[in-house]
Ligand binder design. Structure first.
Ligand SMILES: [Fe+2]
Length: 193
């Protein structure tokens, strides 16, 4: 699946990512492109990008760079579907196409201390704020050093569809057990285009 709009977004986002090695600069530069992409999403989204799954939120790959430096997904959220608490190991730029996506953030105490940061146990997470992201809105995150959150759609809301661009092939992430204070790396499934 390809279109001039999508091809230009991928090319421009790739150029900006290479030009901005600081993740905060990178997402600041790319966020307006994502906002623009949302307005033209109908020009490239195909039925395979909009597949839902009754068992869990559906990650449909739109583009994965051959060198795995960039990846773009359409995620379809059936009401009541949520991610686990996770991080990304990458910057990310997220735009909501339709529905209302909800993000709840977590803060990790002491995460700027290397000994704490690299440990998979003894993780103290504090709940942060919530953000509701409606159609046309763009949010982003950077690994400073982590960005830990969960995302989903309330059971009482309609289905949501969002576009997610990451600075790597998003095929794994850390999943956190908040009560146990642990995390583990898990592989992530996605539907191929
Ligand atoms: Fe996430």
């Amino acid at each position: 699946m390809s279109s001039a709009t999508l091809d230009k977004f991928i090319a421009d986002a790739g150029s900006l990512a290479r030009a901005h090695t600081e993740p905060a600069d990178c997402v600041a530069a790319i966020a307006p492109l994502m906002h623009e992409l949302l307005a033209h999403a109908d020009s490239f989204l195909a039925p395979q990008h909009l597949r839902a799954d009754p068992d869990h939120y559906a990650r449909n790959a739109i583009y994965v760079a051959p060198d795995h430096s960039l990846s773009l997904y359409a995620i379809v959220w059936t009401p009541g579907q949520w991610t686990p608490v996770h991080d990304h190991g990458s910057w990310g730029v997220v735009g909501v196409l339709r529905g209302m996506l909800e993000e709840r953030s977590y803060l990790r105490a002491g995460s700027h201390d290397a000994a704490v940061r690299d440990s998979d146990a003894g993780i103290e997470l504090q709940r942060g704020g919530v953000i509701l992201i409606g159609p046309g809105s763009v949010t982003s995150f950077v690994p400073n050093p982590d960005h830990i959150h969960l995302t989903g759609v309330d059971a009482a809301r309609p289905q949501a569809v969002s576009l997610h661009l990451y600075g790597r092939h998003m095929n794994s992430f850390h999943l956190y057990d908040v009560a146990a204070g642990t995390r583990r790396k898990v592989s992530l499934e996605h539907n191929e285009s």
